[in-house]
Structures are given as C-alpha cells and as structure tokens.
Design a binder for this molecule. Structure first.
Ligand code: SAH
Length: 402
C-alpha cells in the first residue's frame, strides 16, 4: 500500500523544469525558485498547486505561486508533503526551542516556526503565552498565497503540539481567527523576567519584535548610570531593559502614538515610573537633527529602524538611510558614549552593515570601535544554504576621535 501511494503520486504531480544554473543553490538547501528560472511548466497552473521540480538531476516537491516573484517554494525532495510531514516539522521546531521554555529564562514568547529555517518556506508562527490569564496563542503569517494549501495542516499541527487557546492569522488586512478563541486586547508576556503588554490582533508584525530578545538583554548590561536614547522604540522593548539595567534616564522615540502609550504602560508593568522617563512621538531623523542642533547628548543610543529595503534594487537607498540615521546618532553621543545599532534588512550583509557604520562615523568626524556583534536568537535559526534567513544585525560600538 505505501509503495503504491509513493509511485502513483508523483505521476499526478505537474512537472516543472528549472534552469540548471540553480543547481548549486538548490543542492545546498536553498528553497526558492524565482520565476525567471522556470524553463518549462504546464500552462495555467494555479497558486497552491504541488509541483515536481526538476533541476538538472535533482528533484524536489514545491508549491507553485502564479503571481509572486518566487514562483516555487521547495518542501523537500523525498515525498510530497502531507499533513503528517508538516506535523513532523512543527513538532521538531517546538523541540528545537525547548531551551527557551526553560523556566529559568522567564520567557513566554518566541518564534515557533521560522519559515525556510524550519523546513516550511514562507510560514511564520509566533508563540505567546499570556502570563496574566495563563493561556497561549499562536500567531501565523503566510508570505505567499500558495501557502493557503497547507494552512489547515499547519493549524492542526500547532494544535496537536502544544496547548493553545487559539490560533490567529495576521496579514495586511488585519487579523482572523483560525482556531479556538480570540485573545484579549492585551496579553502580558514575559521576556527574561520583564513584562510586556502585547496586542496580538493590532500590534506590529505579530505583536512584538521577538528577534531582538537577546540583544535587548545585552543592552541591559550596558545601561548602568547612562542616559539612554532608544530610537524606533516601538513599545519600549530596549527601554525597559535599560531601566532594569540602571539607566539614569531613558528617552523612547517612535512615530506610532499607540506604541508610545504601550511603552509607558510597559515601564509601569515592571515597576518603573514612566514619569521619570521621556516618551516622544516623532520622526527619529527629524528629532535627532534637532537634538544635535540643541547640543543634547546621550551615553547610549539604540538605533533599530524598520527594514529600509524589500528588494535588491532598494539596497542603495537603504544604506544611505542607515548611514544618515547612524551618523546623526554618533554625533549625539557624549564622550565615551556607545551606539547600539541594528538592521533587519536581509539585503544588507553584516559586512556591508559594518562598512556603513564606518562611513557614518566619518560623516560625524569620528571613528567607531566595535565592542560586540550579534544576530538572531535560537528561535530564528539560519539554514547554512539559505543566507537570506540571516537578516538581523546588531552592533555595539564606542566612538573614538578620528
Ligand atoms: N526596537 C523595537 C522594534 C522596532 S520596530 C523593539 O525592540 O521592540 C521599528 C519601529 O520604528 C516601529 O515601531 C515603527 O513605528 C517605527 N518607525 C518607523 N519609521 C519611523 C520614523 N521615521 N521615526 C520614528 N519611528 C519610526
């Protein structure tokens, strides 16, 4: 019986031939086929069709997208994925993150599925346990229409792997309930023992920027006695860590008024009086230019902007924007001050990011000495053959005279 299934299924799966120039990257595990690499495909394939992909002598199974630049996402080479195949990957991803669930870490939210890295290209799911009510939710994001094909399998697998009160899907249009019950407007998660209010239905991305968890923790240790400026602060993640680290004063800046309200709330949730600190709704570029003009200086400045590029073509403009904001930040550092700078643009490599920082320092008539460098935490692992998976850069650097 299993034998029959295996031999009959591929025959019914449409066959797509892709350019042999992809052979090396596909052999190393890269799971994307761009449309311009398609050499032969049956006409009229609709999004969400399983296809058998042939590249030279290699063969894979993939999901076809009719409209997006990535025509096929690959899901392994041995068998055409089915619910059990997806469930295995979801369970393996849960096990991989066991260390994050160690009670000693006092952390109740993490990325459960990180797409390509967990063998499910384009599928992201974050796990959030509400410390107030004790219930947990998974928040799903799908990065291509074809993935609707496996969505029910993913939902079943998430439900079977861990106790969940509900599963929500977030997309451009908003939020929808896929299973169980909706979360309250606010849940309280814990991260390294700190409490953060998160709105899973309306917050940015899936509600919280989980990828900066360890970098926020690093910053805490650098904050003692310092005047801290947290640019692009969102709900004050880095700010609250800085407060716990003994910062003299923390200024949080974001252009989103709702994020600033939640930042105040997050200070209070952790026993810090928001009135001892500063919360500014402003454009960070404008504000920094003003601070510089006024001679206002800080001892530690966090720069964590949103992605400035979504395609290779925007890379030049993105690097210019990074250089401008970091140059301004370096100018606003007091003697001995430290810059904690991030980029979540995957098109900017760690090498290009360091070079941009060197240029920003020269713009500020200074030099930068890198003291610490990091990327993504355990719940955002990177396949060695899929370099795009490593998107986050985090550099701590101190300025010296030029
Ligand atoms: N450091 C945060 C995450 C930052 S995400 C954390 O640890 O949680 C980037 C943030 O930048 C978003 O909250 C967005 O509202 C804000 N933003 C985007 N463009 C901005 C601008 N020009 N000025 C100020 N904030 C901006």
């Amino acid at each position: 019986m299993p034998k029959r299934t295996r031999s009959s299924k591929p025959a019914r799966t449409p066959h797509v031939v892709v350019s042999p120039r992809l052979k090396e990257s596909l052999r190393l595990g890269h799971p994307w086929v761009y449309r311009d690499a398609i050499e032969r495909a049956p006409a009229g394939l609709s999004s969400g069709t399983w296809v058998r992909v042939q590249c030279a002598n290699l063969q894979f199974f993939g999901l076809w997208d009719a409209d997006s630049p990535i025509a096929i996402r690959l899901f392994g080479s041995r068998t055409r994925p089915n619910p059990a195949w997806v469930a295995e990957r979801v369970a393996a991803a849960w096990e991989l993150r066991a260390r994050l669930r160690d009670p000693a870490r006092e952390t109740s939210a993490f990325r459960w599925l990180y797409g390509e890295s967990d063998g499910l290209p384009g599928v992201v799911a974050d796990y959030y346990r509400d410390e107030a009510g004790g219930h947990a939710w998974a928040v799903l994001r799908l990065y291509a229409p074809s993935l609707e094909r496996i969505k029910p399998w993913v939902v079943d697998a998430l439900t079977a792997t861990a106790p969940l009160a509900g599963i929500i899907q977030r997309d451009q249009a908003g939020a929808s309930l896929l299973a169980g019950a909706l979360p309250p407007d606010e849940i309280i998660i814990r991260e390294h023992g700190l409490r953060f209010a998160v709105d899973l239905l309306r917050g940015q991305k899936t509600g919280f920027f989980l990828d900066q968890r360890e970098n926020r923790h690093t910053l805490e240790a650098w904050s003692g006695g310092r005047r801290v400026l947290n640019l692009f602060s969102y709900t004050g993640g880095f700010s609250v860590y800085a407060a716990r680290g003994g910062a003299r004063q923390v200024t949080s800046v974001d252009s989103a008024p709702a994020a600033m309200e939640t930042a105040r709330r997050n200070f209070a949730l952790n026993g810090y009086n928001p009135d001892d600190h500063e919360f500014v709704v402003a454009d960070c570029f404008d504000l920094l230019a003003r601070y510089h003009g006024e001679g206002r200086r800080f001892d530690l400045i966090v720069v964590d902007p949103p992605s400035f590029a979504h395609a290779k073509a925007q890379l030049g403009a993105a690097l210019k924007a990074y250089r401008r904001i970091n140059g301004l930040a370096i100018k606003c550092l007091a003697p001995g001050g430290v810059l904690a700078s991030s980029s979540c643009t995957s098109q900017v490599s760690p090498t290009a990011f360091r070079r941009m920082l060197a240029e920003a320092a020269v713009d500020a008539k200074r030099r930068l000495l890198i003291l610490h460098e990091a990327g993504q935490p355990l719940d955002h692992p990177v396949q060695a053959g899929f370099p795009e998976g490593r998107y986050l850069k985090f550099v701590m650097a101190r300025w010296t005279a030029d």
